[in-house]
Design a protein around this ligand. Structure first.
Ligand code: SAH
Ligand code: SF4
Length: 335
């Protein structure tokens, strides 16, 4: 699929034509321009040449059927991974990537380990959502949430991420409510501040993962550039401007960031009205492992006793390496 020339082609067409094209792609979820019978044959042919709709993907399904991973091949042969998480009652969520790899190198993250190849364009971000929208349509279901928490750091690809978010939200696009879209960042304060100015009620999540700068910088090297104090002051400005809650993700890694003392230190930082902590079960890699259920419960209890609002996220899809932090494609793949 390649939508990069779509806007240019539609510029020469009447406005209602452009709308027809968008509807065909995003609402009717056509896979081939021949299905867009309301368009003139000549336009269809041009679109077939310049904007192919076929998505080149390989699909992996977890044993419990709850996670479906798509390995999507891009136009230059590189590949990215995206995941459909099928919660109960049709609450389908897509975890989409924003970059091929990630340059930030967090030590616990498989994407960080694979290094960085390039940014995705907005069409490539949207393509991942479209792929699963088509997949679900065949099963009579729809997408309920999109989280930009796959491969890559969204705020290092700010403009494309914002454009993709607007297309996903657009009523002539995928028409998903803005409050059903989330962006997760490793804490890049310029991005947080810029987002605050967008007048867009998208959900913001911060990958926090440590209660002090020393440990955080060990786990997330980018922490050296963005100390906790600076991140929290950008978040406070964001909350002041938008009135939105902000989620702090904290992945619990055994013996690394999960002690009682860590919980107490974290509680001190998180005791603010619109802050929410989301404790994430770590998906084990060679170097680190998951905290025990007892440790996790104790950690949560300490935060709750201090009055912090806490939720817990379980992982699924680990058997097909589809869970958070497990997305990593090595180099060029030939499918
Ligand atoms: N780069 C952005 C968004 C993608 S990472 C960010 O870091 O926020 C999505 C989330 O998965 C982040 O919170 C990340 O810290 C977390 N993560 C990374 N590796 C993980 C692992 N092995 N197990 C669980 N979560 C992980
Ligand atoms: Fe990049 Fe996020 Fe992984 Fe860190 S956790 S390496 S920022 S994808």
């Amino acid at each position: 699929m390649d939508l990069s020339k779509l806007d240019k082609i539609l510029k020469d067409e009447k406005k209602y034509r452009a709308q027809q094209v968008k509807r065909a792609v995003f609402k009717n979820l056509i896979k081939d321009w021949s299905e867009a019978t309301s368009l003139a044959v000549i336009l269809r042919e041009k679109l077939t040449q310049e904007c192919p709709l076929e998505i080149d993907a390989r699909v992996f399904i977890s044993k419990d059927g709850q996670a479906i991973k798509a390995l999507i091949k891009l136009k230059d042969g590189l590949a990215i991974e995206s995941v459909l998480m099928r919660y109960k009652e049709g609450r389908n969520a897509i975890c989409a990537s924003t970059q091929v790899g990630c340059p930030l190198g967090c030590v616990f993250c498989a994407t960080g380990k694979m290094g960085f190849k390039r940014n995705l364009d907005a069409g490539e971000i949207v393509e991942q959502i479209l792929f699963f929208a088509r997949y679900l349509k065949e099963r009579g279901e729809t997408i309920k949430n999109v989280v930009l928490m796959g491969m890559g750091e969204p705020f290092l690809n700010y403009d494309n991420v914002l454009l993709a978010t607007r297309i996903i939200n657009d009523k002539d696009g995928l028409n998903l409510g803005i409050r059903h879209i989330s962006i997760s960042t490793a804490g890049l304060t310029e991005g947080i501040r810029k987002l605050a100015e967008e007048n867009l009620a998208v959900n913001l999540a911060i990958s926090f993962h440590a209660p002090d700068d020393e440990l955080r910088a060990r786990l997330m090297p980018i922490g050296k550039q963005y100390p906790i104090e600076k991140i929290l002051s950008a978040v406070d400005e964001y909350i002041e401007k938008t009135g939105r809650k902000v989620m702090f993700e904290y992945v619990l890694i055994k013996g690394v960031n999960d002690s009682d003392a860590d919980a107490k230190k974290l509680a001190k930082l998180m005791k603010k009205k619109l802050y929410m902590v989301n404790l994430i079960a770590y998906n084990s890699t060679n170097d680190f492992s998951q905290s025990s259920p007892e440790r996790t419960a104790r950690f949560k209890e300490i935060l709750e006793n201090e009055g912090v609002s806490v939720t817990e996220r379980h992982s699924f899809g680990t058997d097909i390496f589809a869970a958070c932090g497990q997305l990593a494609v090595s180099g060029v793949v030939k499918l």
